[in-house]
Design a binder for this molecule. Structure first.
Ligand SMILES: [Cu+2]
Length: 113
């Protein structure tokens, strides 16, 4: 009887493991990469719709340095000189509004679907 119970738990654990593995790979397979150019003192996507797990890449095309910095500074590309890029993976709890630390009038936001 005790042996049977252990087997049952093992089977349940295995099933759960497989479920997690399947959903995990499903999420990875569906992750998309989005490119945002910083050009002419503006972010190319003023509002970017993404989902958790997606990757956003900011690339500075201007001669002037720029950043993409969360409103509360919880994430930050840091200084990007011309041609430099930085990527961030979208997380559930991330702050969605951001700005350029050098030019405070440059603003954009992310929307998580
Ligand atoms: Cu800037």
């Amino acid at each position: 009887m005790k042996h049977f119970k252990t087997l049952k738990n093992l089977a349940a654990g295995l099933a759960l493991g497989i479920l997690i593995a399947v959903f995990g790979s499903f999420n990875l397979a569906n992750a998309e990469t989005y490119n945002i150019d910083i050009k002419g003192f503006a972010f190319s996507e003023e509002i970017l719709e993404v989902k958790v797990g997606d990757i956003i890449i900011w690339t500075n095309q201007d001669g002037a340095p720029h950043t993409a910095t969360a409103d509360d500074r919880s994430w930050d590309t840091g200084r990007l000189n011309k041609g430099q890029s930085f990527n961030i993976t979208v997380t559930t709890d991330m702050v969605l509004s951001y700005f350029c630390n050098f030019h405070r009038n440059m603003k954009a936001k992310i929307v998580i679907n």
